[in-house]
Ligand binder design. Structure first.
Ligand code: HEC
Ligand code: HEC
Length: 208
């Protein structure tokens, strides 16, 4: 998507849909198109541009991601193309508008994620997942105290991309991003790319 086109659509969308709206960014009503253009029409994710689901994911985690995108700790690595699409979207957000948006996201219904991944070995994935369970929970349910998000219920294509990014160092690259750098070390312990597919194949069985 070309940037100019996107912002033009955004402006038009805002004008056309001004009444069907919930969130406000710096006093300006935000059209549902603003986030949903990329995150899927009902927030369930969009495989076409590698955008994750937001519907049903934990508020505290989404808040932190919006903050680190905004502050440039995520989505500024030259190799992270999807992250660099998201990062400018967060730059314009104030703390208040983040809270507004999270209130809005909380009203979106969670619909079970479609399985898109093939070629994984669930049994090997289960074995490899044991080292993830300490933080992400035995059932992938997440752990707020450790700031580790739920993995079950998230779109598989997105989980694969993120683990690859952590492993390659295009996420978790900023030393101010403690959680990200911690996760980066964990991703580096996965022996091979097939291992990433296997783990996410196993996560797909954990449901929501
Ligand atoms: C131009 C397309 C685009 C728009 C518009 C957009 N996003 Fe994103 N967003 C993405 C992409 C792509 C990613 C995945 C980034 C990555 O791979 O690191 C993402 C990632 C995220 C994440 C990280 C989720 C996670 O599990 O780590 C959050 C939170 C998020 N977006 C919220 C929003 C919100 C809220 C809005 C509206 C204010 C928004 N996005 C608008 C494309 C977009
Ligand atoms: C020491 C604790 C810890 C362990 C062990 C751990 N993680 Fe994480 N993980 C985290 C934290 C904290 C985050 C959030 C990073 C952030 O805020 O950017 C995270 C984030 C992630 C994400 C990004 C999710 C999203 O929605 O963007 C994925 C995917 C992930 N971990 C997979 C794994 C896998 C697979 C393993 C096992 C190989 C693993 N993690 C082991 C702490 C851990």
């Amino acid at each position: 998507m070309k940037k100019a086109g996107f912002w033009l659509n955004l402006a038009l969308g805002t004008a056309l849909c001004a009444s069907a709206q919930a969130a406000t960014v710096d006093g300006v009503e935000v059209s549902d198109r603003f986030c949903l253009t990329c995150h899927g029409t009902d927030g369930q994710g969009n495989i076409g541009i590698d955008a994750p689901r937001l519907a049903g994911m934990e508020r505290w985690y989404l808040q932190r991601q919006l903050e680190i995108f905004r502050d440039g700790l995520r989505g500024t690595h030259p190799d992270d193309l999807p992250g660099r699409e998201m990062q400018p979207m967060a730059v314009i957000l104030s703390d208040d508008s983040i809270q507004d948006i999270l209130n809005w996201v909380e009203t979106w219904e969670y619909k079970p994620a479609e399985i898109t991944l093939t070629g994984g070995d669930q049994t090997r994935g289960q074995t490899l997942y044991q080292s993830c369970a300490a933080c992400h929970g035995a059932d992938g349910e997440g752990n707020e105290a450790l700031k580790a998000p739920a993995l079950r219920g998230q779109n598989d294509f997105y989980l694969v991309n993120q683990i690859r990014n952590f492993k390659a160092g295009s996420r978790g690259y900023d030393s101010r991003d403690q959680q990200g750098t911690q996760m980066r070390m964990m991703a580096q312990s996965i022996p091979d790319d097939q291992g990433i597919i296997d783990i996410v194949t196993y996560i797909n069985t954990l449901g929501r």
